[in-house]
Design a protein around this ligand. Structure first.
Ligand SMILES: Nc1ncnc2c1ncn2[C@@H]1O[C@H](COP(=O)(O)OP(=O)(O)OP(=O)(O)O)[C@@H](O)[C@H]1O
Length: 467
């Protein structure tokens, strides 16, 4: 049997971390078994679905590298097929028309509540042998209901939660087509899973309640029942389920904030799944290791600190050329054009060990490409009257030296020793003049990358010396 899994989001908003983790597990299971991963867009909620949300979901999947083998299939394009299957169920006696008016159903519910019973459809239009059905009203277009089995239990061995058994008594005769003929959610899912040959339905456990109804429908259709794996929910900081409507951040926001997709994927993989003590692994390792035996059935909480830690790791490992392309774009978005004057890869190499996002790097290195505005308080603090002559003399000396780290260090150290100062007394004002900040990597390394001409120009403009 070839494994076929699917991810089936509703395009009512962006792809968030919770959905993405579910997509990742479904994708990994297909990849592990050399099967197929199918993308299906469940867009039957016409009022809430938008083309922008479809695009946002596709963008998020592509950014993460969760490539699909088939689809995207759109449920709205499959309406004719659903109608055919509804007809089949009606013909075969697995479904029936129900002509209850809204008022009738409301009255039924009220009566059941008064009697302390669980509100449910009482099957008044359900055909049974020997039962006389009410006269068909002229003015009420019927819905189609599924004839759910009355007795027995629906039992499945959930790959995450173990055996689950639901009594058929608990299940209503589900409406599968509304009065206007449009099919309903659970029914579309069933027809799709059947037609698409899904072998493993891997989805969030917010769908557990749908599963017994779907199994009954599949059985009535004579379909093979897939295996089910209901994954725990990802909760936000407040302990609530992340959803488009509550607390979730788009996957693409992580891109914007400077996270690498491999860091986000690695983070998501560990949300509710483990492989011994392994925290850092590649996606091919993950696909190899992934299985349902090491999934925690309890909900997992999002933790930004851990994501930052992983991102810092992947930034340190990433190929510099790739980081340079990305960071140049981030700088351009902030109105800063990088130029060949400064070796961007060299600059990133100098900064990446201390960054947990690409945005932090972009923010820290902007001064290489745009002269910094230096705060008066920094000038006052570090460019004290007694140090100014030392810096002016140093500027003179820097004009004619070989522009290497070693030479720069030697010359700066010389100025320190000659004037019987401590190293920071000279290094700090240099930092401020060159970078606009009193925090930077080693100043000689900064000066090499900034270049002789630009370094001297920045010193001159602060020291107001026109030499
Ligand atoms: N917080 C979550 N944690 C884990 N899986 C989730 C989470 N939210 C949704 N999923 C799963 O992602 C898949 C796609 O879900 P869907 O597009 O309906 O997103 P949703 O966020 O639940 O939608 P909504 O925000 O409208 O409730 C489903 O399998 C669903 O179970």
């Amino acid at each position: 049997m070839t494994v076929r899994t699917r991810f089936a989001p509703s395009p009512t908003g962006f792809l968030h971390i919770g959905g993405a983790r579910t997509a990742l597990f479904s994708w990994a299971y297909a990849r592990k078994h050399a099967g197929s991963f199918i993308l299906r867009i469940e867009d039957t909620d016409v009022a809430r679905s938008t083309p922008e949300a479809v695009q946002a979901i596709l963008d998020g999947m592509r950014w993460l590298g969760l490539d699909w083998d088939e689809g995207p299939f759109y449920q709205m394009q499959r309406m004719d097929r659903y109608k055919v299957v509804i007809g089949k169920l009606l013909d075969e006696g697995h479904a029936y028309h129900c002509y209850c008016s809204r008022e009738e159903l409301d009255a039924l519910r009220e009566q059941q509540m008064r009697e302390g019973k669980k509100p449910r459809y009482d099957g008044r239009w359900r055909p049974e042998s020997g039962k006389v059905l009410p006269a068909i009203p002229a003015d009420i277009p019927p819905v189609v209901r599924f004839k759910n089995p009355r007795a027995g239990n629906v039992v499945w061995n959930d790959l995450v939660k173990g055996e689950i058994s639901i009594a058929n008594e608990e299940l209503d005769d589900l409406i599968i087509a509304r009065a206007d003929g449009t099919p309903t959610y659970n029914f579309c899912v069933v027809v799709d899973d059947w037609d698409m040959g899904i072998t493993h339905v891997i989805r969030g456990d917010d769908h557990v309640n749908n599963t017994p109804r779907q199994i009954n429908l599949l059985q009535a259709l004579g379909a093979t029942i897939p295996q089910y794996a209901h994954l725990s929910m990802i909760l936000g900081d407040d302990g609530q389920k992340l959803s488009k409507r509550h607390g979730a951040v788009s996957v693409m926001q992580y891109h914007e904030d400077g996270y690498l997709p491999e860091a986000v994927l690695n983070y998501l993989a560990r949300l509710g799944w483990s492989h011994g003590d392994d925290e850092i692994f590649t996606m091919s390792q993950f696909c190899e290791w992934f299985g349902f035996d090491h999934i925690t059935p309890s909900a997992a909480q999002f933790n930004t600190e851990k994501l930052n830690w992983l991102n810092a790791h992947y930034i340190k490992q990433a190929e510099l050329g790739r980081l340079a392309v990305d960071i140049a774009k981030r700088l351009a978005d902030a109105g800063i054009q990088v130029s060949d004057r400064v070796d961007l890869q060299g600059v990133i190499a100098l900064y990446r060990d201390r960054a947990s996002t690409l945005n932090q790097i972009a923010g820290s290195i902007a001064y290489f490409y745009r002269r910094p505005n230096i705060e008066a308080s920094l000038l006052e603090k570090y460019l004290t009257p007694e140090i100014l002559p030392v810096l002016t003399a140093l500027l003179e000396e820097l004009k004619d030296i070989e522009w290497t780290r070693e030479k720069l260090h030697e010359v700066i150290q010389g100025a320190v020793t000659q004037n019987a100062l401590k190293f920071p007394k000279v290094a700090m004002p240099l930092r401020v003049m060159l970078t606009g900040s009193d925090q930077s990597p080693s100043i000689d390394a900064v000066m090499v990358l900034l270049g002789q001409e630009e370094s001297l120009a920045r010193m001159r403009s602060v020291l107001q010396v026109n030499v």
